[in-house]
Design a protein around this ligand. Sequence first.
Ligand SMILES: [Zn+2]
Length: 244
Amino acid sequence: MYHRIGHFPVRMPSHRGQYCDLPRFRAQMAMLKHAGFNVVSLDAVAAGLRGEAALPPRAVALTFDDAYVDFLEQAAPVLLEHGYPACVYAVAGMLGGRSEWVAPEGLAPAPLMNAAQLREVQAMGFAVGSHTMSHPRLARVDSVERIAGELGDSKKVLEDVLGRRVAHFCYPYGSHDLRAVEAAAAAGYVTATTCQRAVATPADDLLSLPRKAIHQGTTALGLWWKLIARNRPKGVPIRRAAVA
Ligand SMILES: [Zn+2]
C-alpha cells in the first residue's frame, strides 16, 4: 500500500505512511526483481486466491491509494521500466481536485488525477479502482444508503470516465465493517482492500484483503522484510458469512 511517491522533506514530521521518496521507491522496485518477487495484478490475485489460476511464487500486488498526480509523474515511469502492473484507487467525486480530507489532520492537500490523467494511467496498462466518492470512514457512516452510494456511484462514475469495468475497491483509512463489505459485494466489486497488515491467503474474503503499508522510513530491505513477514491481522478479519 503506497500513497504518494515523490520528493519530500527528509523526515516528514507525521503521517509518514503517506510518503515514499522516489529514490527509495526505485530501490524497492529493483529489490522486488532481485529478491524473486513476482509483481501481479489484482485480477491475478483474485483468480489465484479463488483457485482459478496459479499465482507465481512470491506474488506481490502494488496498490496506490487516492490516485495522486504524482503516481502519473513519479511512480508510473518506474513501474513501466520494470513492467510491473499496479492498481490506483481514485476518489470518484474529487477527480482533478485535491486531497482535502487530509487538511483536518494538518497536512497540505495534494493534487489528484483528473479524468484524462486516469485514462492515461489506464492506457499505460494500470488498473484504476474506486476509493469511494468522498473518502469517508465508511464504518462511521450511519446511513446504509450512503455507504451503498459511496461504493456504487463511484464505480459508475469511474466506469463512465474509463469506458471499462471497475473491479477493485479500497476502503478509505481501511475503515470498513460488514455493511461496507456487503455494499462492495452488491456493487459488484471483485476485490476490496483494507489496512489490515497480513499476507493475503485463500482463506481471506476477496472483499476485505489485507495489505502491507509502506511509509517514508521503509527501505528496500524494510520492504523485503514486510513482504516476508506473514503477520496476522489484528482482531478478527471481517468476512461475509456466505462466501463460497
Ligand atoms: Zn485514501
